[in-house]
Design a protein around this ligand. Structure first.
Ligand code: FAD
Length: 245
């Protein structure tokens, strides 16, 4: 996987992604390019192949910066302003607020004030917001699916089961909706020495292979690697200390 390239809108010397500048570098909001006069995208925002910001490829933090930027300068001639789905997402896709019930109308002014204060300072939880996923949420859900597939894989897989899984992984590498992630995943699998080819003979080797695949992404993102000797406790049997029982 390459670690050296940059996003055209916002080149930085060092990036974690083939296609993305790292959000950790700190999003830059609304800075203008001195040559073009266009508003630069915040760091970490990945564009889709059609040139629009790709939410499924972008971290929640970078997406928030982009939304903020779009709200701050809705009419600026930004490279993202015409194509940013952020503002339309936040302004049109939320369900309308519920109508006040008689019970609510009867509540005391103090209660209402407290509720208003709470709603203005407390962010809703992820399950309450029900927004489209960003790259992290999509990733967590997908790893759950992928590792669970290894957990459910037979101890010894038949030729047909191996072929099916091979097909799944090939298609997964082409269809995973974070396209930059998919590109890197395919590149990793196709490493010329062949050492990253899926190992599909049975659960143990497939689970270890998936763990290695996940660790390759962890490394790319600068995260701690997982000790693959424990993949099965994490994803199949539960930890030996009984915390999952
Ligand atoms: C194929 C794929 C490619 C991705 N590529 C990118 C990318 O290029 N850029 C990007 O920003 N994000 C990418 N992601 C998302 C990224 O991997 C994470 O899912 C996301 O950053 C959220 O990370 P997290 O720290 O919550 O835990 P995750 O990495 O999602 O892990 C979830 C849980 O899995 C367990 N775990 C961690 N590592 C392993 C392992 N090696 N083996 C078994 N279990 C493990 C841990 O218990 C962890 O809490 C990709 C996801 C997938 C599925």
């Amino acid at each position: 996987m390459s670690t050296t390239s940059s996003q055209p809108q916002n080149p930085t010397p060092k990036t974690l992604f083939m296609h993305q500048t790292p959000a950790a570098a700190g999003p830059t909001e609304g800075t203008k390019d001195e040559h073009t006069g266009l508003t630069k995208l915040p760091n970490g925002v990945v564009l889709d192949k059609d040139g629009k910001p790709c939410r499924l490829c972008t971290s929640a933090a970078s997406w928030r910066s982009l939304t903020k930027q779009a709200k701050a300068s809705p009419s600026s001639s930004s490279s993202s302003s015409s194509s940013t789905p952020a503002s339309s997402t936040t302004s049109t896709s939320s369900p309308p607020p519920p109508k006040a019930s008689p019970t609510a109308a009867a509540s005391t002014a103090a209660t209402a004030a407290a509720a208003a204060a709470a709603s203005s300072t407390t962010l809703p939880t992820e399950s309450q917001t029900q927004c489209p996923p960003d790259v992290e949420e999509l990733g967590r859900s997908t790893w759950t699916l992928l590792h669970s597939m290894t957990a459910a894989y037979p101890a010894r897989a038949s030729p047909e089961q191996q072929t099916d899984m091979q097909s799944f992984l090939r298609l997964f590498g082409r269809l995973y909706p974070c396209w930059v992630c998919a590109d890197d995943f395919r590149t990793w699998m196709a490493e010329p020495s062949g050492r990253n080819q899926p190992r599909l003979g049975g659960r143990s080797e497939f689970g270890t292979w998936m763990c290695e695949a996940h660790n390759a992404v962890n490394r790319k993102l600068g995260k701690r690697e997982f000790d693959c000797r424990f993949w099965e406790e994490r994803w199949r049997t539960g930890w030996k200390d009984g915390r999952c029982d």
